[in-house]
Design a protein. Structure first.
Length: 571
């Protein structure tokens, strides 16, 4: 009975020893998971998270304003970075913490914030510290088995701020709601629409299947001020003009290979399940919420908490309706985003965080009810039955704690480790206005590790703003044509057009298979087909022929060709 009292005594008092115990344990697991990530983050000199390559590299300008001069890619990613995100990294750079280092450190702190608020939010739904621990642990495991939080990019800030908003929303804390809306507006603006929807829906109530308006001046004031803050936060985004406008249209996207299944930004697919439920850009993202497997318990919430079948001393609070309200608002915004593609960016942005929160919170409540049911039966049965029920309860606890550690990639950081240190060091010694043209996969790493501009590469081929992607796509097509051209004038014109100072060539690149097997290169169909035709016809490719005489660096399979040398070659 003592263990039952310890586990199932309800309390929201953060000063109680029981609540503090479970909260500290929750924070401890968060720190442990982040420690595992930090070991990977600082395992070498050239390590960075995959998504951070896009969102962090241009911040090297904070340390050296002379980097990436007139760089289309750096200018674009700097322009689309949320204001608060840019300022956050800038201010830490001012005090001596470099952006790349900060991107590795900040997930640990965001994890603690998320853990604290998810624990507190859960107590608003079921005031049981054990459930708060389970919810925060499952949410941490969900995030550390995926690569959002660890990235240090804007999406890493989204969930901690959003869970904080939900907590303050339930607590009717006007200051907390306003501050978190401002935070989301500065770091992850799409979730401001979800916050606004919750404020609107809070003005209505459902009784006997009839919707009525809540007649409360306090509610109007609360929602009105919150919506006013949301409007002011989003206003700059609405009126701002971008050098990279317009946003790509649905008609344009349908014509681009990049948006087709298997493309760089695959969106359209004939697979109905993937499109609506599992696709990373188009869908509700339900499978990503059902991690770890115990999250599936959330789908059994109605059955597990049915009072007639499963009488319980645990009292779920009326605030549980927040989860259904959140589901409604998120689904509405999801459908609106689909209707207005791509004006509100990607539909999945409006559901992936909401569904994750809903399922994890419901799963934590179901798991708590299951434990209570098993341990209650263990006190009322024969010795054998007691042992069985206690074993089942212990088994669930073991699965909860240890399942992630059975996975090969826990924690899953998706860190990229640069393997060409000599190449990076050579390029760092070149002038800051150097521009490297290359089709190799290694090009993705050069802005971050070599700190030099590149013409184009797969990592930075983000097609949502036509003012950026149209010239970017043209660059890539021209590069394919030039690299495999047998015409010296074509290569020289390409160098002059873009101001290319170096080519980075992979020795294995001058074969038809190299092009045919590269999905990103194949997206540029006309240029790729022409290049393959040249190779199959065994036409003498200029860059292949001058590789030895114009080489300024050679390391393994990689050769750097000096463009000036190419320009000086006569026919």
């Amino acid at each position: 009975m003592q263990i039952n009292n310890f586990l199932f005594t309800q309390s929201k008092n953060f000063r109680s020893k029981t609540t503090l115990f479970w909260l500290i344990l929750s924070l401890g697991f968060s720190l442990f998971y982040s420690f595992l990530a930090l070991q990977q983050a600082f395992s070498g000199d050239y390590v960075i998270q995959d998504d951070a390559r896009q969102h962090i590299f241009w911040m090297l300008r904070f340390q050296d304003p002379g980097l990436f001069p007139n760089d289309l890619i750096a200018d674009y990613f700097q322009s689309v970075a949320p204001t608060g995100y840019k300022f956050f990294y800038w201010i830490f750079n001012q005090i001596g913490i470099a952006p790349i280092a900060l991107s590795k450190i900040i997930p640990s702190f965001l994890g603690l914030v998320l853990t604290g608020y998810s624990f507190a939010l859960t107590l608003e739904l079921l005031p049981l510290p054990l459930t708060g621990f389970v919810a925060s642990l499952l949410l941490n495991q969900n995030l550390w088995l995926q690569d959002g939080l660890v990235s240090g990019t804007p999406k890493a800030f989204a969930l901690p701020l959003f869970v904080a908003f939900l907590y303050y929303f339930l607590r009717r804390s006007l200051l907390g709601v306003c501050l978190t809306i401002i935070g989301l507006g500065l770091f992850y603006p799409t979730l401001v629409f979800i916050c606004s929807g919750l404020l609107v829906i809070s003005l209505f109530r459902l009784e006997n299947w009839r919707i009525s308006i809540v007649k409360s001046r306090a509610n109007y004031l609360f929602a009105g001020i919150g919506l006013g803050v949301a409007f002011l936060v989003m206003l700059p985004y609405a009126i701002a003009t971008s050098d990279f406008a317009p946003t790509i249209t649905l008609a344009q996207a349908r014509e681009l290979p990049e948006f087709q299944s298997g493309g760089r930004s695959g969106f359209f697919t004939d697979n109905v399940w993937d499109f609506w439920f599992n696709g990373s850009r188009t869908s509700l993202r339900i499978p990503s919420a059902l991690i770890p497997p115990l999250a599936y318990l959330g789908l059994l919430f109605a059955f597990a908490t049915h009072k007639n079948k499963n009488p319980s001393q645990l009292k779920i609070q009326p605030q549980i309706k927040l989860l259904s309200q959140l589901a409604i608002v998120s689904l509405v915004m999801f459908l609106v985003a689909h209707r207005l593609l791509f004006a509100l960016h990607l539909p999945s942005r409006y559901t992936q965080n909401s569904i994750r929160i809903i399922i994890i919170l419901l799963a934590s409540i179901v798991l708590t009810f299951t434990w209570e049911h098993l341990l209650k039966r263990a006190t009322q049965r024969s010795l054998i039955q007691k042992l069985i029920y206690r074993f089942l309860a212990l088994l669930l606890a073991v699965v909860l704690i240890f399942y992630p550690h059975t996975q090969d990639r826990f924690v899953w950081t998706n860190y990229v480790t640069g393997s060409q240190a000599n190449l990076y060091e050579f390029l760092q010694q070149q002038p800051k206005d150097s521009l490297i043209a290359s089709l190799t996969a290694e090009t993705d790493n050069l802005p971050t590790f070599a700190r030099r501009s590149i013409l184009a590469s797969r990592e930075y081929a983000i097609p949502y703003h036509w003012g950026y992607y149209e010239p970017f796509r043209q660059r890539a097509s021209d590069l394919i044509t030039a690299q495999y051209s047998p015409n010296l004038d074509v290569v020289k014109d390409f160098i002059a057009k873009y101001g290319v100072t170096h080519f980075l060539i992979e020795d294995s690149s001058f074969t038809p298979d190299y092009l045919a097997k590269n999905k990103w290169i194949r997206q540029h169909e006309a240029a790729t087909e022409g290049a393959i035709a040249n190779l199959e016809a065994q036409n003498p490719v200029i860059l292949a022929n001058v590789k030895s005489i114009c080489s300024s660096f050679k390391n393994g399979n990689y050769t750097v060709i000096n463009s000036q040398c190419v320009l000086e070659i006569s026919k």
